[in-house]
Design a protein around this ligand. Structure first.
Ligand code: SAH
Length: 212
């Protein structure tokens, strides 16, 4: 996979745009500088891969906007070595950013085709990430608790298993709602006490419920 000066330049412009839109976290910006977004997209998007847009990645799914990736990553506030669960691996772009933020990443994808494609891609990149094919509503009980959980699809409800699998002191970042979503941050204060913040409107593809 090739990362030309031209792509590096486009990435710098993307980072400037993110700063202008209010992304301040240096570690997040550094991680987004390290991961070439165009590697995660089809050749057809090579020239526009760094625009603040969602592009199709197959199976009627889309890669998240760079701003959304930056904002969710910033809200997660990952510390090196933390165990992070991602729901919705998709093309693996956000997944790779979590890895470069120093997290021990577990990611669940509901679409078999995307799971297989992304698993191959991330292993070619030699990124040690635990990818699972399954239903994100259930989380990954055998691997929890997680210090941080991120959901990258629009969730009609907050799945209870995710709250259960969150470590005390941990944080869940999840876009909640049908149609448009409200970015919701939930901090687990004690085993059954949670603090909730709602942080503006975003637009995600829906989290699939009863997929056959
Ligand atoms: N963050 C990724 C994907 C965003 S799209 C990226 O930027 O590429 C949302 C992803 O969530 C899609 O890949 C979709 O298939 C997946 N998804 C939807 N419902 C899910 C569920 N119940 N469990 C796990 N993944 C799910």
């Amino acid at each position: 996979m090739i990362d030309t000066y031209r792509h590096k330049g486009m990435r710098k412009n993307m980072l400037d745009e993110l700063r202008q839109k209010g992304i301040k976290n240096k570690k997040v910006l550094e991680a987004m500088d390290k991961v070439p977004r165009h590697w995660f997209l089809d050749q057809a998007f090579l020239e526009i891969a760094y625009e603040n847009k969602a592009f199709p990645i197959g199976c009627e799914q889309t890669i998240s906007h760079p701003f959304t990736v930056a904002r969710q990553s910033e809200l997660l506030n990952i510390k090196k070595g933390e165990k992070v669960l991602e729901i919705g691996t998709g093309c693996g772009y956000q997944t790779s950013i979590l890895f470069f933020l120093g997290a021990k990443v577990f990611s669940v994808e509901r679409q078999k085709e995307l799971y297989v494609k992304t698993k191959k891609m991330l292993s070619e990149l030699r990124l040690r990430i635990h990818l699972k094919y399954g239903d994100g509503y259930k989380g990954l009980p055998t691997f929890g608790p997680f210090e941080k959980i991120i959901v990258t699809a629009g969730a009609p409800i907050i799945p209870k298993p995710l709250l259960e699998q969150l470590a005390v002191g941990g944080r869940l970042v999840i876009p909640v709602g049908k149609g448009k979503q409200i970015m919701t941050v939930i901090d687990k204060v004690s085993e059954n006490e949670f603090n909730k913040q709602e942080l503006g409107e975003f637009s995600f593809v829906p989290m699939l419920e009863k997929k056959v």
